[in-house]
Design a protein around this ligand. Structure first.
Ligand code: ADP
Length: 476
């Protein structure tokens, strides 16, 4: 039995802003099948504390970055959780990363340093009679963990997974003292990044092994364009860097049993869901494909490209139902476009149940991201027979088989990819899409292919186990 401590800032079903939470909620369960026992260390945000029910106090800290804190053990949805209850850091309104206006919390460095420091303490002393063999951090919020592990004398290896390298968790060097970091290690070999403290870099420099969430993104990260300043350190550590594609929770995302939809097992079952979805979004009937998009609305997600290319889809009878929230300028631009186009309907917000209905009712899931470490919605789309139309980047490149003439001839295509990632190429892809959609036989064959793709965690969980074995020296 291998014991792994996940250090992570969000975890489904308790708290989620994006794919990181899905991974933190699903990978531990997949690893359990491979003799790995995972405990997930998670901040006790206000909304988490409300949901966890019965807990067992397993440690206390008199002063954790400005206040007392407790560590609470509990089980939720089959996950073994260690909740860091530190009200001075986590008990607030707003989102988990910022206030109601969208601005980052000014003490985010301390908030997540507290998580890392707690992980280091658990690595040394254990908790509740349990000491991890491995500490596994996710994204910059866990990045300072190896620094605190060194200070605390922890010997366990640290595995670091990059879910999105765009977020660095940088703060000014004046926080060195407040964060209790060793000034001697404030160098470019460790956690100094252009004069600042970088939590992400600390994680990259201190990790025994680094991985990211798709093979293509792992390769992209080695380039200046995608590495966003971290490509140098990643190139230097290339032999320790790998890519493991994310899976999805096959129980939560199963069209045959999904309680949010009219369940189905074949593409034909989508018809009733499509009708319901059109009604929900106030869209009329149309012969073209009903596209859906569920996303954070940010520059990364290519929403501006979509707005430019959209007329090409709508002119060919296509429709778009979009659910998302994020950048207020993008929200306004989308709502304005929806006013102009009757076949575009936009809902601003975050709605888990509706996102399931969109996967069930849509013909096509759009993911026009400028970069995408893995992406999950295209995987949901595959499982629901909702064919992905995606940019050729990161995990989108690895999980969708483009309907090229060769792939169509071999009957292996599952979607459409476009490249370069421009509005013009997306427009061209919309033309390809509408042509393909009108070829009902081919479309149906692609849907059946898509629904058979292995999009669960099975293969990837084994690869994580291989990493654990290799850092522990217990592999074959
Ligand atoms: P990222 O992590 O960059 O946001 P991913 O595709 O990896 O992108 O994961 C996004 C996750 O968040 C998916 O599970 C997606 O369904 C969900 N999601 C994003 N926006 C919304 C929304 N507005 N409503 C419901 N679910 C959403």
């Amino acid at each position: 039995m291998t014991k792994a401590l996940f250090v992570v800032s969000e975890c489904a079903p308790l708290v989620k802003t994006g794919g990181l939470a899905d991974v933190a909620g699903a990978l531990p369960l997949a690893l359990a099948a491979h003799d790995v026992q995972v405990r997930v260390l998670l901040p006790g945000y206000r909304n988490v504390m409300k949901q966890i029910g019965k807990t067992k106090p397993v440690a206390t800290f008199d002063d954790l970055f400005g206040g007392a804190a407790k560590l609470l053990a509990c089980t939720v949805a089959g996950l073994d959780l260690l909740i860091l209850d530190a009200p001075h850091l986590y008990d607030r309104d707003g989102s988990i990363y910022g206030d109601a206006t969208g601005a980052d919390w000014p003490d985010n460095a301390e908030r997540f340093a507290a998580l890392c420091k707690t992980a280091a303490a658990i690595a040394v002393d254990g908790v509740d009679g349990w000491t991890p063999d491995i500490v596994h951090g996710h994204d910059w919020q866990a990045g300072l963990t190896p620094e605190y592990m060194i200070d605390a004398g922890a010997k366990a290896p640290f595995v670091f997974t990059i879910h999105n390298i765009a977020f660095h968790g940088n703060v000014g060097a004046d926080k060195l003292g407040a964060l209790g970091l060793d000034p001697a290690r404030f160098t470019s070999d460790h956690f100094e990044f252009w004069g600042q403290i970088s939590a992400l870099k600390a994680g990259l420099a201190g990790a025994t092994k680094i991985n990211t969430v798709s093979q293509t993104y792992a390769e992209e990260l080695l380039t200046p364009e995608f590495g966003i300043g971290m490509d140098g350190i990643l190139r230097a550590r290339q032999s320790d860097v790998s890519g493991i594609v994310n899976g999805i929770d096959l129980a939560a995302w199963d069209p045959a049993t999904d309680p949010n939809i009219k369940p189905y097992q074949t593409p034909a079952g989508k018809t009733a869901n499509k009708k319901a979805l059109r009604k929900t979004f106030g869209l009329g009937a149309s012969n073209g494909p009903l596209c859906v998009l569920v996303s954070r609305l940010t520059e990364q997600k290519g929403i501006d490209l979509l707005l430019d290319a959209l007329p090409a889809l709508l002119a060919r009878g296509g429709q778009l139902a979009l659910l998302g929230s994020g950048d207020p300028r993008l929200e306004v631009a989308l709502l304005e476009a929806a006013d102009r186009h009757e076949n575009l309907s936009v809902k601003i917000g975050y709605d888990e149940a509706l996102s399931h209905q969109m996967m069930a009712g849509g013909d096509v899931i759009l993911v026009p991201s400028r970069f995408e470490p893995c992406g999950l919605t295209q995987l949901y789309g595959l499982r629901y027979g909702t064919l992905p139309l995606v940019a050729l980047t990161g995990g989108l490149a690895d999980t969708v088989i483009n309907a090229s003439p060769a792939a169509l001839a071999r009957r292996v295509a599952t979607g459409i990819q476009f490249f370069p990632i421009t509005a013009q190429a997306l427009e061209n892809a919309f033309v390809r899409l509408t042509d393909l959609f009108s070829d009902k036989k081919t479309w149906k064959a692609m849907q059946s292919n898509a629904m058979k793709q292995p999009v669960g965690w099975e293969t990837s969980a084994v690869r994580y186990k291989d990493i654990y074995d290799s850092v522990l020296g217990t592999g074959q």
